[in-house]
Design a protein around this ligand. Structure first.
Ligand SMILES: C[S@@+](CC[C@H](N)C(=O)[O-])C[C@H]1O[C@@H](n2cnc3c(N)ncnc32)[C@H](O)[C@@H]1O
Length: 257
């Protein structure tokens, strides 16, 4: 069940409306991200360089498309990439990008809480910032069902365990859709019912160094020593499991049980 008292269908309708009508105001957070995530994106890219080549010649599903091109481009040629989204506008961005990619793609308007594919259809299911827009239990059950035995998952998701981020989110509601819920500990437990996985934590100190850097430099000069210091602190402290709740994002890379 979703945390919200609204039905999953109503939530999906609102999501479609928000993304189709471009209702979010993310100007402020985009500027902060350019500072905070500048070095984290490079760490992310290194991890993807190791993982994404596994997509080679595989049947791949991206839910909540359109991050696929930046994740896959130059790294791998899958057998086929199927992309689904509840928003046609979001899907169209992927369709535009898909011209001349050199492998088979298919784009389908579909609710990720109710995947309409047969069992055992895909080798890999992945997505960027999508699970937290879904009913975790229901969508994870569907992902498990449509994956072949031994199939893999790869997700990059925001977290909501640090009290400071909770406060920030409460004060900046226009940056988010009304029902989205960045992941908390119990969501990981739900995913663990169906999958074994490793997770990699990103962005705690970088959020604060990014704020200082943005204040000092404005919307430029992201690759500076302040952001680099935050990044190095994060790499070190992300190795300590009981501090994971402090971090802002996690990559989840796992296998179907
Ligand atoms: C934060 S955006 C992430 C978009 C993209 N994956 C990226 O990394 O930039 C969340 C996406 O989830 C999609 N979405 C929300 N609810 C959905 C649902 N029930 N089924 C499929 N897609 C959904 C939205 O339309 C939106 O494209």
């Amino acid at each position: 069940m979703s945390l919200s008292t609204r039905s999953n269908d109503d939530i999906a309708k609102t999501e479609a409306e928000y993304w189709n009508e471009n209702k979010l105001d993310r100007t402020k957070i985009k500027k902060l991200r350019r500072h905070s995530f500048y070095y984290s994106y490079k760490r992310e890219a290194k991890l993807f360089d190791k993982i994404i080549p596994e997509f080679k010649d595989q049947n791949v599903l991206e839910i909540g498309s359109h991050s696929w091109l930046s994740w896959i481009k130059g790294r791998v040629v899958p057998k086929k990439l199927t992309c689904i989204n509840i928003s046609q506008v979001e899907l169209n961005k992927g369709i535009d990008n898909a011209k001349d990619v050199g492998f088979e793609t298919e784009f389908i308007l579909m609710d990720a809480n109710k995947l309409a594919f047969p069992d055992n259809s895909f080798d890999i299911v992945y997505g960027g910032a999508i699970l937290h827009h879904l009913d975790i239990e229901q969508s994870v059950n569907h992902i498990h069902r449509v994956l072949k035995p031994g199939g893999k998952i790869l997700f990059l998701e925001p977290l909501n365990m640090n009290p400071l981020y909770k406060l920030y989110r409460m004060l900046n509601k226009k940056e988010r859709t009304p029902d989205e819920h960045a992941l908390v500990h119990k969501d990981f437990k739900l995913i663990r019912k169906n999958f074994t996985f490793d997770h990699y934590f990103f962005d705690f100190f970088t959020v604060f160094t990014g704020l200082i850097s943005l204040k000092l430099y404005g919307d430029k000069n992201y690759g500076n020593w302040i952001n680099k210091t935050g990044y190095h602190l994060d790499v070190f402290f992300s190795k300590i499991p009981f501090l994971h709740f402090l971090f802002a994002r996690a990559i989840i890379y796992g296998k179907k049980k």
